[in-house]
Design a protein around this ligand. Structure first.
Ligand code: FAQ
Length: 328
């Protein structure tokens, strides 16, 4: 089980109680009218804190998210796919820059955010703690993880915090290209030789559970949804986004003759809701708390990049000084 929701609600109530009630009411009214909040506008401290948490986690996810696919750039089959993958990976890192900028408007310096990532204080998306074992894994990531990300981000781009919404709009346009690239790769493998077909099915089997986790815990166990929804930061619940994913992508998976590794997955034609088997929420908790198959490796790579890039950051700050470039 996750945190006790009623205790969380009480904590939010206490935090909001410390705010000026008039300002708080005016803020909520503004949100309810569908107006956007800009960085210079008054906002409750907890709105600021929640946004920093969420945008920062999102930024870290993009930068760490470049790693599983990045390991395939040198091994991509053919020059065209190598170029496309390289462009995608560059885009993901660019998304991190946009998101760190958006989070900085709330007052947390980028250095502090990077530090919190490297020390393990901040989270990033569960999915990037799994290995991309074969080329087919990169195809499934680019199709279905980008698809899941688009569902989340298009929804939240209609939210209340203007700098985050602006970043999400731009990101979603690029993610749509990634999705098409991923779909093209999956179709190529699914309509290829029996070996290619088996390879993409195995990759889908490996990624299904992490993708279920991607949307967050079931609504009943979600700690932050209530306040984030009230403040229009989160525009759909974790379960609603998971349902949207089933609706849009399960038929496409079946259309390709591929199967979903969940015998309990089915749509109730009356309610329109999908039911699905338990995706092992204990595994989710382990992975997001640092104990997944690749957590250590991912952070080690980021730490190495931080050390190797130090001279560049210093050179940008003081271009006239002399620097020693590390050889590793
Ligand atoms: N992974 O109370 P809730 C991408 C944590 S971008 C890790 O339901 P919330 C692009 C949550 O933080 C992918 N942790 O949380 C790409 C909280 O822990 P905390 C990233 C997770 O915030 C594609 C606890 O569980 N996208 O993929 C996850 O209301 C391909 C309780 O959960 C975003 O970050 C998870 N999946 O809802 C790049 C979008 N789910 O902080 C390369 C923005 C939950 O109290 C290749 N974020 N947790 O310690 C959101 O929309 C929300 O934060 C949710 C979670 C929906 C992720």
């Amino acid at each position: 089980m996750y945190g006790n929701i009623s205790i969380v609600d009480q904590a939010i109530g206490k935090k909001n109680a410390q705010e000026d009630p008039e300002k708080l009411a005016a803020f909520q009214a503004k949100i309810d009218r569908g107006e956007k909040i800009e960085p210079h506008d008054w906002m409750p401290a907890d709105y600021r804190r929640q946004l920093i948490r969420m945008i920062e986690q999102h930024a870290h996810s993009e930068i760490i998210g470049a790693l599983p696919e990045g390991t395939w750039i040198t091994r991509a089959p053919g020059f065209k796919r190598k170029m496309a993958l390289m462009a995608k990976v560059q885009d993901e890192v660019g998304h991190a820059q946009l998101l760190y900028n958006a989070a900085e408007t709330l007052g947390k310096p980028r250095e502090e955010m990077i530090n919190d990532l490297l020390t393990g204080k901040s989270k990033y998306s569960n999915v990037f703690n799994y290995p991309a074992k074969t080329w087919a894994d990169t195809a499934v990531i680019a199709w279905l993880i980008d698809a899941a990300a688009i569902i989340n981000q298009v929804t939240n781009s209609k939210g209340s915090y203007a700098p985050y919404c602006r970043a999400l709009e731009r990101i979603c346009q690029e993610e749509s290209f990634h999705l098409k690239y991923g779909y093209d790769n999956v179709v190529t493998l699914a309509t290829g030789t029996p070996t290619q077909r088996a390879m993409v099915q195995e990759a889908l089997n490996r990624w299904w559970r992490p993708i279920m986790h991607f949307f967050g815990p079931p609504d009943i166990a979600s700690v932050h949804s209530e306040i984030l929804t009230r403040w229009k930061v989160k525009m759909a619940s974790n379960d609603d986004m998971r349902q949207q994913f089933f609706n849009q992508y399960v038929p496409k998976i079946w259309e390709l003759g591929l199967t979903v590794p969940d015998p309990e997955l089915r749509k109730d034609e009356v309610t329109g809701k999908w039911s699905y088997g338990d995706p092992d929420w204990d595994e989710f908790k382990r992975v997001i708390n640092g104990d997944g198959p690749c957590n250590k490796e991912r952070l080690a790579v980021r730490r190495m990049a931080e050390i190797n890039g130090e001279w560049v950051r210093n050179a940008l700050k003081k271009p006239t000084a002399k620097y020693t470039v590390p050889l590793s």
